[in-house]
Write a protein that binds this ligand. Structure first.
Ligand code: MG
Ligand code: MG
Length: 271
């Protein structure tokens, strides 16, 4: 265990805390695993929200987003041009939609947080490239989450995976530390933002980070709708979002929200 004092309120988790976070992460993963079979044409995101809440509660967890700053549902469901923080609704999903499902769970007083982009039916070629790029960026970011690296290395890895494409990296929303609270220090931008003071924070074993690139098909700009929550692309083109909760161990990154069945990784984002 590293004994150096972490900076700016960043908490280093002990082994028993990692074990609890791993159990919280497993509940999150089980919901996203099940969600693949829920995301079908004609289904509504409100129905998916109900299924997710039931599964979380059956597992002994609490849906972390419900009531968070007044958020009215258990999951965030963001369709097509919606990037993050979409409120589940009664609109039926249609073939070709891209649905981002973000799941947060509190379990044994610790949090897990993960998001996945699912295609309803067959995605367009552009949607597929967008999702591949965003998922590749998440994987690159996770790989950089090692002791001795800095937040900057995660940001640069994500940026490096997206910049060669013509897609836009969302700048207004960032990854975050996670533990006894859903959002802890540090913040993790998805590009090397030089005005970001956490960039030079050194990564230490025992940190747990939610890494979450958001990538737009077009312009990186986003706006919030009048519902006060739903963040959409300014140009109303598609967006993709993938997130994992990652423990930085002595040996390197350990994803706490990966599906134990590895089903998500094998089948990628295709329905
Ligand atoms: Mg999330
Ligand atoms: Mg998050």
């Amino acid at each position: 265990m590293n004994t150096r004092a972490p900076r700016r309120g960043i908490t280093l988790k002990k082994q028993d805390e990692i074990e609890r976070m791993s159990r919280a992460g497993a509940v999150v993963a089980s919901v996203l695993d099940a969600a693949r079979d829920w995301v079908l044409p004609g289904r509504t995101t409100k129905w998916i929200d109900g299924q997710a809440e039931a599964l979380i509660r059956e597992s002994g967890g609490r849906p972390a987003f419900k009531g968070y700053r007044g958020f009215p549902a258990s999951i965030c469901s963001s369709v097509n041009e919606a990037v993050v923080h979409g409120i589940p609704n009664e609109e039926p999903l249609r073939d070709g939609d891209l649905v981002k499902i973000d799941v947060g769970v509190e379990f044994e007083s610790y949090f897990g947080d993960s998001a996945w982009t699912f295609a309803v039916g067959e995605p367009s070629a552009e949607a597929e490239r967008l999702c591949e790029t965003c998922l590749g960026a998440l994987e690159a970011g996770i790989d950089a989450a090692r002791p001795g690296n800095k937040i900057r290395d995660i940001a640069a890895a994500i940026e490096g995976a997206v910049r060669p494409t013509r897609f836009g990296i969302v700048e207004q929303y960032v990854g975050h530390g996670i533990g006894r609270r859903l959002h802890e220090a540090p913040q993790i931008p998805n590009y090397v933002a030089d005005d970001f003071e956490d960039l030079d924070v050194e990564l230490q074993s025992g940190m747990v980070l939610a890494i979450e690139p958001m990538v737009n098909a077009g312009d990186p700009g986003v706006v919030t709708l009048d519902d006060g929550w739903t963040v959409v692309t300014k140009d109303r083109r598609l967006s993709s979002h993938f997130e994992h909760t990652v423990w930085i161990s002595e040996e390197g990154p350990v994803v706490l929200t990966r599906s134990s069945a590895k089903k998500l990784e094998r089948r990628r984002f295709r329905g």
